[in-house]
Write a protein that binds this ligand. Structure first.
Ligand code: BGC
Length: 452
């Protein structure tokens, strides 16, 4: 008998999430493909996405069966711009048909799709025209969105315009570890600005075609804290990072005001109010500190708290409480339905994942108990996949199913078995914690669990 059970609302969406380039394979016409071909350590051990999880050549349907096996009723996937519009203004109808087949398979399996229209990759022709620095980019993106939505709207009601603008802008234009490999803070802000315009253009274009569609975007938020809470410099650095990374994009959607810390302030009035729902991608906490020896980066440093549970390399701290704090913040700012559009953990051995899942879901449940409308949770990820610059590095395996990339064999991890129980019972419980992650029992259900 469970000592405590947290029950979720009856219509709660239990989902998983993936992105086109990370699972499809044979994506050879986008800027990530070109980046992988360059080698030079851009991707871990110069690996390439190659066949990835072979979704394009048939495995999508097999993995959709797995979604149903897990009792999940939702999935967030992305569609690849470079497949649908391989050359400017030219449409590939075979690619559209393939996506229609994938979406149909999901619906037949009782899995409600959420389609993301931009998840980090761009057609090579877009990159050649200046990519997200091109002042015309929102017009180009809007044309693609209009076509894609017109062709697929009968199969999908929930659209996610752009995945994680601040991650995309930071990696591609500030730390330079992703294409186009630039390190220019001014460009970071320019890309964020252009993505806000593109998001707004997509929002309006989708609603023109489908007034009843529900349109939002997936925003990555880090739970930032000052390393030394009373230190004014650490507090300033934290404020800066939070503003640039978490706050800026949300602010322009909430107000129509464009207020970067660097560059010209202004307005994007058409962005105001362009969310029917907001998606939160949450992975980690970082503690920020000012350090003299980091003057090149304006003294800004951040890291996991010493001694805290953390991911590989500079991944940051696992901090479930941060999820509730960020949900509350989004609720205060927007008062719209919230989806957790990504949450997950790099953990090949599945040692941490079951407990991670339970502890984060407990925070989601608490938010719902505070009457915050969190409508669904999309775990990152269904299957191990191509993890961008980390490639297929075994330290960066995110799947509920492990994937052997030589044979394409999937193996259900313990966390997958747990998620299957959660989705089936629409609940998390101390009994599940005892069976799957004894290490979190006392933290999650203090004093409530009877001895075995
Ligand atoms: C991205 C995913 C990525 C995941 C894990 C998110 O920021 O949207 O594409 O695989 O994090 O790193």
């Amino acid at each position: 008998m469970a000592d405590a059970t947290h029950i979720f609302p009856v219509d709660f969406l239990w989902g998983t999430a993936t992105a086109a380039h990370q699972v499809e394979g044979d994506n050879t016409n986008n800027d990530w493909y070109a980046w992988e071909q360059k080698g030079g350590g851009r991707v871990f051990e110069d690996q390439v996405s190659g066949k990835a999880c072979k979704w394009w050549s048939g495995h999508a349907e097999k993995d959709i069966k797995r979604m149903a096996d897990l009792n999940t009723n939702a999935h967030r996937l992305s569609i690849e711009w470079s497949r649908i519009e391989p050359e400017p203004g030219q449409w590939n109808h075979d690619a559209i048909d393939r996506y229609r087949a994938i979406l149909t398979a999901m619906r037949d399996a009782g899995v409600q799709p959420m389609v993301t229209l931009h998840h980090f990759t761009n057609p090579i022709w877009v990159a050649e025209q200046g990519g997200w620095l091109n002042p015309e980019i929102s017009t180009l993106f809007q044309r693609f969105v209009q076509k894609a939505v017109a062709e697929m709207a009968d199969l999908c009601d929930v659209w996610c315009t752009i995945n994680e603008p601040s991650v995309y802008a930071a990696k591609g234009f500030y730390d330079g570890s992703w294409p186009p490999g630039q390190a220019n803070l001014g460009h970071y802000f320019q890309v964020m600005h252009n993505m806000a315009e593109a998001h707004a253009a997509a929002y309006h274009a989708i609603h023109e075609l489908r007034p009843q569609a529900r349109v939002g975007m997936a925003h990555h938020m880090v739970y930032w804290k000052p390393l030394r809470s009373a230190n004014p410099l650490d507090r300033t650095v934290t404020h800066l990072l939070d503003g640039m990374f978490n706050g800026l994009f949300l602010d322009v959607i909430a107000t129509g005001q464009w207020r970067p810390i660097i560059g010209k302030k202004g307005e994007i009035p058409q962005a105001k109010g362009t969310l029917d729902w907001i998606g939160l991608n949450y992975y980690q906490r970082w503690d920020a500190a000012f350090k003299l020896n980091a003057l090149k980066a304006l003294g800004i440093t951040y890291s996991a708290r010493p001694g805290a549970p953390k991911g590989p390399q500079s991944w940051g701290e696992f901090y479930p409480e941060g999820l509730l704090e960020l949900i509350k913040r989004l609720h205060r700012q927007f008062n719209k339905p919230i989806y957790i559009t990504e949450n997950g953990v790099p953990d090949e051995t599945d040692t941490i994942r079951p407990g991670f899942l339970l502890e984060h879901l407990q925070q989601v449940w608490k938010a719902i108990m505070h009457s915050i409308p969190v409508k669904g949770y999309y775990f990152w990820s269904l299957v191990d996949n191509f993890e961008w610059a980390e490639g297929l590095d075994p330290r960066y395996r995110f799947g509920l199913y492990g994937v052997d990339f030589k044979t394409q064999k999937r193996t259900l991890r313990n966390s997958g078995k747990l998620y299957k129980e959660i989705a089936k019972t629409n609940a998390i419980s101390s009994d599940m914690a005892r069976r799957y992650a004894p290490e979190v029992v006392e933290r999650m259900f203090p004093g409530k669990v009877s001895p075995r």
